[in-house]
Design a protein around this ligand. Structure first.
Ligand code: CDP
Length: 207
């Protein structure tokens, strides 16, 4: 069983994906971590996230330790993640890992291109979105809870810029798969979104 969850930044994909994975007893992969960890390696080496060779080498060097890092969610890493994610060679280098993860025991995966490129035949595809204001406000609250000093206007601008970059890039742009079910969480709390997702999963599968 493969459940693909795609959508723009801070739409609540991660929270939803984890709840679904727990409920269905499936492994969970946050594929954004792969791009964030690649970006972090590039930044720490003092290299440019738009440098194809540097970004590719960083993606190829990823190991289990990179994926356990807890310092990948700051604004600079988020922006650089979107930059390395627009490089086709980087996406190609990370593709096998994602497919292998899903094909081993089934999985819930969240990202931008899971239902379109990584698992085009996923059993269930959800496209999770919300207004840019709602998404930025959630991300802003996450930063505040972590004690990070950021302004709401700055977070809105970052989320908006990253969405634009992710939607308009040539390589695996963010888009809703034709056969995905849309869940707009603008005025839904996490439990309502989870209940809606379970309905879709039940309809599409026998679980
Ligand atoms: O948590 P948030 O939604 O803000 O971002 P994320 O899922 O961790 O992804 C960070 C960045 O990685 C995105 O802005 C995309 O550019 C890129 N990404 C991607 O291109 N493809 C994926 N499957 C996952 C992430």
């Amino acid at each position: 069983m493969i459940i693909a969850i795609d959508g723009p930044a801070a739409a609540g994909k991660g929270t939803l994906a984890k709840r679904i994975a727990t409920a269905l007893n499936l492994p969970y992969l946050d594929t954004g971590i792969l791009y964030r960890a690649t970006a972090k390696r590039v930044l720490e080496a003092g290299q440019d996230p738009d440098d194809v060779q540097a970004a590719l080498a960083a993606a190829q060097a990823l190991g289990a330790e990179d994926l356990k890092r807890t310092d990948l969610r700051d604004a600079a890493t988020s922006k650089a993640a979107s930059q390395v994610a627009s490089i086709p060679q980087v996406r190609q280098a990370l593709l096998d890992f994602q497919r292998h993860f899903g094909n081993s025991h089934g999985a819930v995966l969240d990202g931008r291109d899971i239902g379109t490129i990584i698992f085009p035949h996923a059993d269930v595809k959800l496209f999770v979105t919300a207004s840019v204001e709602a998404r930025a406000e959630r991300r802003y609250k996450e930063f505040l809870a972590k004690g990070e000093a950021v302004g709401l206007a700055e977070v809105i601008a970052d989320v908006h810029a990253r969405d634009e970059a992710d939607r308009t890039r040539a390589a695996a742009p963010l888009m809703m798969a034709m056969d995905a079910e849309l869940i707009d969480t603008t005025s839904m709390d996490a439990s309502t979104a989870f209940a809606r997702a379970l309905e879709v999963i039940r309809k599409k599968t026998s679980r």
